[in-house]
Design a protein around this ligand. Structure first.
Ligand code: DC
Length: 225
């Protein structure tokens, strides 16, 4: 079983995909974490992530491993677990910059397809339904207004004791949306056969039920055909 979940930054894809995978007892693959590893390494090396030549050269000397433990998915970069370090806003924009480059995408997409070949998966990202797993049985595109996404992110950060400017968060989200939707290779867009879910006015449980119901309905229809 392959389930693709795509959508813009901060729409709640990760928590939904994680719960869905748990509910179905299958693997949760967070593909954004892999792009974050690339952005993180470039940052550490002082490489401008918009510089395609330099980032592409770096891809010849990078080892990214995705492993799973009781605490979920971990990203091992060149032998070090960097899972804890890749959620900073600075890494987000560098991941988005690096993800524009063909060599980065080719390498990471191949890894993602390899993982999904071996096991049932809920894969979450930007191009899962369109490029990574175009044959996925179930595809969802989850979105919400930029303002709502900034509000949720603000709340999340406040709960962690980090005070941020909500307007600035909205600007960052919009900049990343623009870049992810307008890049040349595999831009963020809803697959034609995906189910679109706008979560602006929906809570977590409502979104999860909607997805589970869609999966069950489609499963029943397939059985009766
Ligand atoms: O899902 P995320 O916010 O952790 O992803 C970080 C960046 O990685 C995102 O801005 C664009 C890129 N990305 C991508 O290009 N393709 C994916 N399948 C997942 C993420």
């Amino acid at each position: 079983m392959q389930i693709a979940i795509d959508g813009p930054a901060g729409a709640g894809k990760s928590s939904i995909a994680k719960s869905l995978a748990k509910e179905l007892g299958i693997l949760y693959l967070d593909t954004g974490a892999m792009y974050r590893a690339v952005g993180y390494k470039a940052m550490k090396l002082g490489i401008d992530t918009l510089n395609e030549e330099k980032v592409s050269a770096m891809m010849d000397d990078i080892e990214i491993k995705v492993i799973y433990s009781e605490t979920g998915q971990h990203i091992i970069l060149d032998g070090t677990d960097i899972t804890e370090h890749i959620r900073e806003p600075e890494v987000s924009i560098n991941a988005s910059n690096a993800s524009k480059h063909r060599k980065v995408r080719d390498k990471l997409v191949a890894m993602q397809q390899e993982i999904a070949k071996e096991t049932d998966v809920v894969a979450e990202g930007r191009d899962i339904g369109t490029y990574v797993l175009p044959e996925a049985e179930y595809k969802f595109y989850i979105t919400a207004s930029a303002e709502e996404r900034a509000k949720r992110r603000h709340k999340e950060l406040c709960e962690k004791g980090k005070n941020t400017d909500i307007e600035k968060l909205a600007e960052e989200i919009k900049a990343r949306d623009y870049q992810d939707m307008n890049r040349e290779y595999a831009p963020l867009k809803a697959a034609e056969d995906s189910v679109l879910i706008d979560t602006t006015n929906l809570n977590f449980d409502e979104v999860l039920s909607l997805i589970l119901d869609t999966i069950k309905d489609k499963g029943k229809r397939n059985e009766s055909n």
